[in-house]
Design a protein around this ligand. Sequence first.
Ligand code: CMP
Length: 139
Amino acid sequence: PRLDLGLKTRDLVDGHPLFADLPDTRREAIARLMRPYFAVPGETLIRKGEKGDAAYFISSGAVEVRTPHGPLRLGRGDVFGEMALLSGKPRTADVAALGYCQLLVLGAGDFRALMKQSPDIAENMARIARQREEMNVPD
Ligand code: CMP
């Protein structure tokens, strides 16, 4: 079962747009840090105000982010849960699965390690988090 999981994780990382341009060896290293997680419809994945312990990469399916300005849909290729890890602040929104959803989960420690190993991904992640933070500022 362990081998199957490893292969599956590798496939999911290879198929995720955020990692598509990376060399093979880098994707292999990233796959070793990730855990596949299959979410069911309606499942709450993140609760606003809690401490951040992981980031999530969407391989398939969609989730709903309940932002201060209303619900927002994220799908294949998107990331969520990165803001609390980057800022050290509590979770900024509730996030729930809209349907069945194949995710890759990266624990906080491994997220930090990945950001250190991959300046390109770190830059990308910081840009995404900054845009979302700006979007959430109340008018
Ligand atoms: P975090 O704050 O850790 O937990 C909730 C997550 O929802 C957050 O990280 C982002 O990944 C995501 N999120 C919050 N606000 C937005 C937004 N305006 N647009 C897209 N995603 C968001």
